[in-house]
Write a protein that binds this ligand. Structure first.
Ligand SMILES: NC(=O)c1ccc[n+]([C@@H]2O[C@H](COP(=O)([O-])OP(=O)(O)OC[C@H]3O[C@@H](n4cnc5c(N)ncnc54)[C@H](OP(=O)(O)O)[C@@H]3O)[C@@H](O)[C@H]2O)c1
Length: 286
């Protein structure tokens, strides 16, 4: 089962599922199954014999979460416990997705899976609660922290930049938040590799993002270059772009553990960005 199936990661899972015709997938999003509904979760698990539950559902509006802490917690933390409990009860493996925002961003070298967490916004705090609940409820859980997710599907930085660069002569992008973009298709691919190429994958915490460390400004410049846009891109500090939620300055996830454990080769961020933009441009011209 894939929850949050209409989101970026959920949709990329649908794309990959079409290549696995021999496997039965159940895709749900909030309309069919709100993960905050404990009874509905128990019911769907009792009626199906799921081997895996990929939890791609989340409250991902980082700024809105500052004033919507209750809903953010209900979806990002409490509901994760319902899924983990059901996985435990019905002998299913939970693959839960978390975030680099569980860290405060003071570590410029990069975070390992067991480094101390210290979220600086509500979204990060509720996602951290979700991680802990998942681990406590079901020791077989696999948690994958990721960062700066974009995709052909949904709303994201790449699509916003492409639109703005077509409409405007000049834009400003922050250059003091450093991290690693993640193409949701690459994340979906590693999840499928874990599931389909491992008899009994090791539980625990893993980090996954594309290779390469950049700022949002660098990311925007690459989008401009690949897209061939003429828009001028200006670097600005975060202080010049005030938003409700604080963001970590360095959110660099070290990915050695997932690479070594599951023999994963992770694409460089620029190569994956090119792939995604190619798809988006094909859609625009069709
Ligand atoms: N996006 C990022 O930059 C980023 C960065 C780090 C980690 N992550 C994590 O990566 C995972 C996937 O993120 P994503 O970008 O694919 O998220 P997304 O595009 O926002 O998709 C999340 C999906 O979950 C759905 N959802 C919300 N509440 C739900 C509920 N109560 N029950 C069932 N479904 C519900 C959403 O529906 P609505 O749209 O209707 O709310 C949406 O379709 C999440 O765990 C997220 O925290 C994301």
């Amino acid at each position: 089962m894939v929850t949050g199936a209409n989101g970026q990661l959920g949709n990329e899972c649908k794309v990959l599922a079409s290549l696995h015709q021999h496997v039965r997938f159940v895709f749900t999003d909030v309309e069919e199954l709100s993960i905050t509904d404990k009874l509905a979760i128990d019911k769907i698990f009792s009626e199906n014999k799921f081997d895996y539950c990929i939890n791609a559902a989340a409250y991902t509006a980082v700024d809105n979460a500052e004033k919507d802490e209750g809903l953010s917690r209900a979806i990002n933390a409490t509901a994760v416990g319902y899924l983990a409990d059901a996985c435990n009860k019905y002998n299913c493996r939970l693959i839960h997705i978390s975030t680099d925002y569980v860290f405060d961003g003071e570590n410029s070298v990069g975070y390992n899976e067991d480094d101390a967490t210290s979220p600086i916004n509500v979204y990060g705090a509720t996602k951290l609660e979700g991680e802990k609940i998942a681990m406590q409820s079901d020791s077989k859980s696999i948690i994958i922290r990721t960062s700066w997710v974009y995709s052909y599907f949904g709303k994201n930085f790449v699509k916003t930049m492409m639109k703005l660069m077509q409409e405007r002569d000049e834009i400003s992008v922050v250059n003091d938040q450093i991290g690693k973009p993640t193409y949701a298709a690459d994340l979906a691919a590693v999840i499928f590799k874990i599931i389909f190429e491992n008899e009994n994958p090791s539980s625990g915490m893993y980090h996954f993002s594309n290779e390469g460390i950049i700022s949002w400004y660098d990311f925007a410049v690459a989008i401009k270059e690949i897209g061939g846009y003429h828009c001028k891109v200006n670097p600005i500090p975060s202080s010049a772009y005030p938003v409700p939620a604080k963001r970590p300055h360095f959110s660099i996830l070290n990915t050695s553990k997932i690479k070594n454990t599951f023999s994963v080769q992770i694409p460089n961020w620029r190569d994956s960005l090119k792939k995604c933009m190619l798809l988006l441009n094909q859609k625009a011209s069709s």
